[in-house]
Design a protein. Structure first.
Length: 234
């Protein structure tokens, strides 16, 4: 069996890293309560990081180009983005049960830095880099690079559209990590919904506890021949 796992929001907590960066920005610029309130409101409003940094520079009148600030942010993120609790031992447990771990990521520099900094890189056997292949989710070719036989593939991720729905549309079994969110009704439901990655790892290695059926068919716990797990960071 093969499983493709997303990185940001699945294996590593990029939101926690971003909060750490924000705290440093607030301290560096001595922002008052009004400045902090605007900053957090703008974080919720801005849909893309490029727009976020452009608005940040404009609002506070910073003497730096937005792209340069974004570049500084990207450089530090691998050092302040932690793995979700239970991820390293969970992956170790899978390897001990015969899984082969493969990583597929979008932009090599930043994402591979997160993998190395969190210690996850040493748990992986290979990599697919969509930045080099030119195919990114939700393009089905992004999955086809690593999947092989679709019937043997499982896609696990936290993004409803780019991970779960895209996988379903590509004919793959999808596992959505909800982090307590509700599934968007406009999208086709995933095969399985779990609260956290720890639940997904449990699904693959030991038990079905904490899983909720979202389609009539739920895959049985994996057993039998050698399996592998692939990490998709697209």
């Amino acid at each position: 069996m093969l499983a493709l796992l997303d990185l940001d929001g699945t294996l590593v907590d990029q939101d926690a890293g971003f909060r750490t960066w924000l705290a440093g920005f607030v301290a560096e610029h001595g922002l008052d309560d009004a400045g902090r309130a605007w900053l957090h409101a703008w974080d919720q409003e801005a849909k893309q990081r490029g727009a976020f940094f452009a608005g940040l520079v404009d609002h506070f009148g910073l003497a730096v180009h937005p792209h340069a600030l974004w570049k500084q942010y990207r450089a530090v993120m691998p050092h302040i983005t932690p793995a979700f609790e239970g991820v390293p031992p969970g992956l170790v447990a899978l390897r001990q049960r015969g899984w082969r771990l493969v990583v597929s990521n979008g932009r090599a520099d930043n994402q591979l830095g997160k993998l190395r900094r969190t210690g996850l890189a040493e748990l992986l056997d290979d990599r697919f880099i969509s930045e080099q292949t030119g195919f990114r989710k939700p393009d089905p070719r992004a999955f086809e690079q690593a999947v092989g036989e679709p019937a043997d593939a499982r896609v696990v991720g936290d993004d409803p559209a780019l991970d779960a729905d895209a996988a379903s549309r590509a004919g793959l079994f999808s596992v959505w990590i909800s982090h307590g969110r509700r599934w968007p009704e406009a999208l086709r439901p995933p095969a399985v919904t779990v609260e956290t990655l720890a639940d997904a790892l449990s699904f693959y290695s030991t038990t079905r506890r904490h899983l909720r059926r979202s389609t009539p068919v739920l895959a049985k716990p994996v057993g039998g021949p050698a399996r592998r797990i692939s990490v998709s960071i697209m």
